[in-house]
Design a protein. Sequence first.
Length: 401
Amino acid sequence: MSEHAERFWPLALAAAAIMLITMGIRQSMGLFVAPIDAATGLGVAGISFALAIAQLMWGAVQPVAGAVADRWGTGRVLVAGIVILAAGCALAPLIPGQFGLILSIGLLTAIGSGIGSFSVLFGAVAQQLPANRQGLASGFINAGGSFGQFVFAPVVQRLIAAFGWAGAFWSLAVAALAALPLIGKVSHGDTPHLHAATPPGGLKGAIAEAFRDDSYLLLHAGFFTCGFHIAFLVTHLPGEVNLCGLPPTVASWSLAIIGLANIVGSIVAGWAVGKYRSKLVLFWMYGSRAVMILLYLMSPRTDLTFYIFAAALGFTWLATVPPTARLVGKLFGTRYLATLFGLVLFTHQVGGFFGAWLGGVAFARGGDYSWMWYADMTLAAAAAILNLPIREARMPRLAAA
């Protein structure tokens, strides 16, 4: 086995396992909306606002955590993130009212899961692997997060049924701490910038250069739509299922199917960015989402419809992350990948804020999510088109270089 292969599997699998836990917890939060509303009477719009803040904070912490990890390494940063995530889950049932939800779910769980997520993990792995292994590694890490959604969604639903929403949150706090022993595998032998030259001007210069590049701005625009789409669905799909008169298990299994399908989609995306231009991969992913939403709106609302819809959308769910991260690496190198990709993720979560919040507003004012579905479909089509002008060399030219 080559040196790169020996390094690849421990890094990729450990990072994927951390993502399994942090993303599994984060992507299950929508299942708590109805139980918290029933227990506290805060209302769907109020709870959605706390979850919308969580979407925003999860993104806001990404470039900060990435910059700290770029400067001082990944180990301590990841430990801090896991502890904060566990604290947020533990405190959620203990601090009553809107303020308590904003503090625990909106801030602490979002910050903790954000630190233990894409920007830090991708940056750590990319700096320890050669370029031809980075895309596949990002696919495996992304698949770990998707598998977490598949595992956690039905488990959390059963925990809520068995122990109430408070007991389920305390169980998630314990689950979060299980990620701590994995951190050493990611940071062990961490040799920052092994394959990355430091650009002139350091971090500030790299950020300034990136924001002068139209391709980087187009990536931000496309990823905004991705965040809007994912946050709307993960927060309000349970509500949509309830409106259709179907049991809550349909929602939890739909979320689980999304995660399962995205395991395949993430690995395929990681492979595809090594064979095809990443912008074209993103074009087809975003375009397919618009088509899937249109087909859903034309279909009868049955449990089978939700499961098929979940499987189709799940294939591209977070599979947009590997090609987006790969494009950032191609455009600017891996030295500050954690920071620059973290900034793109922040824009993703700005979209996520609006997707989660406006979904609640739509429900409160109209009693359903109709206009949100049309907005989501339109934005997905726009994101597909916006990726085409991105500056990226054809794959044969890259291989020859």
